[in-house]
Every structure is written in C-alpha cells, then in structure tokens.
Design a protein around this ligand. Structure first.
Ligand SMILES: [Zn+2]
Length: 204
C-alpha cells in the first residue's frame, strides 16, 4: 500500500513537473510573441519616421529647386532688361522718354568713385545696372588677358577683358552723353564699409 502511495506520489510529481514545463513553454512563447510584437511596432515607427523624414527632405528639395528657378528667372529678366536698356533718356517727342535714344537723348549712367579712390561704379537708374571698374594700364589689361586665356584653356568662358572693355565703353558714354554737372539726386543703393556703416559714394 505504502509502495503504491509512493508510486502515486511519484506520478503526481512527474505530472506537476510536466505541467510546470508546459507552463514555462507557454510563458516563453508568450514572451517571444510580445517581443516580436514590440519589434514590429518599433519597425513600423521607424518606417513612419523615415517616411516623414523623406517627405520633409523631398519638400525641402522641391522648395530649393523652386527658389533656384525663381532666382535664375529674376536674374535672366534683369539681364534682358539691362541688355535692352540704352541707359538713355529724353530726346524724343511724345511719351517715349524712358526708352530715349533720340537725337538729343542723354545718358542716364551715373559715375561714383568708391572709397578706394580708384574704383568707379557706373549705375543706370532705368535698368539698375551696376558695373564696377577702374582705368587699367596696358600691363594690367595684358594680365587680365592672360587670366582669360588660362580660363579658356580649362573650358571656362573668358570675360575679364570683355567686361573691362564694356565698362570702359559705358564710362565713355557717361562722360560724353551724360548731363554736364548732373547732380546727385540721392543714392540708389546703400553702401556699407567693412564696419557695416552706411556711406554715400563720392560722385565724380
Ligand atoms: Zn540702363
């Protein structure tokens, strides 16, 4: 009897062990399930974050492209206006004064000497042209030509000599066709020195 009890007790113990083992397996499976769920949630969050980031990036790039296109358009509009502008006024009968260019038309280009005492700024009040330049010696022009040639050799369109010639031509127009002793009607731009202090360039 006692032996039977003992066996029964052993069976009972084995059954309990089996139950505990089964429960442990259940628990482990549950932990694995929750763990997997947590990882899936994390993955979904990461995906959403990436999508938002990508969306923000795309939107930023699109904004940049639009802004660059606008800047390029504005620049090309200004260049077209300056190319068409004759920098002249008056001289024609009728309401065509802004175009100018008639027999008695005068240049509206103004000249201002910059604080270095050499650089001259030519400005047109009609097309907002601003051209800096200064008189150059033949040696200096030869130097510019050499720099242009070096640029040309590396495929960059050369412009220094051409720009200087255009500045010289317009300066001559301002001197010859400008109103004699024309007076400054007010600065058209704000100039600042290295310390950020505004100044009005001295007029020629
Ligand atoms: Zn002009």
């Amino acid at each position: 009897m006692a032996e039977k009890e003992k066996h029964k007790s052993l069976d009972e113990t084995e059954r309990e062990i089996a139950e505990v083992e089964l429960q442990t397996k259940h628990d482990q499976a549950e932990i694995a399930r929750v763990d997997l769920q947590t990882k899936k949630l994390g993955l979904a969050e990461a995906k959403a974050r990436n999508a938002n980031f990508q969306q923000a990036e795309d939107s930023r790039h699109k904004g940049n492209r639009q802004r660059q296109a606008e800047i390029a358009q504005t620049r090309s509009n200004v260049q077209a206006r300056q190319k068409q502008c004759r920098h002249k006024a008056g001289g024609q009968a009728g309401g065509d004064e802004l175009r100018g260019g008639g027999k008695f038309a005068h240049s509206v280009l103004t000249r201002a000497i910059m604080p270095d005492g050499h650089t001259e700024l030519l400005q047109c009040s009609h097309c907002d042209l601003m051209l800096y330049g200064r008189e150059l010696t033949p040696a200096e022009i030869a130097k510019l030509a050499a720099l242009d040639a070096a640029d040309e050799a590396s495929g960059i369109p050369f412009r220094r000599v051409a720009d200087h010639e255009e500045w010289t031509r317009l300066r001559q127009v301002a001197i010859e066709d400008g109103i004699p002793n024309n007076v400054l009607r007010g600065p058209t731009f704000i100039f600042q020195d290295a310390n950020g202090v505004n100044f009005i360039p001295e007029r020629v």
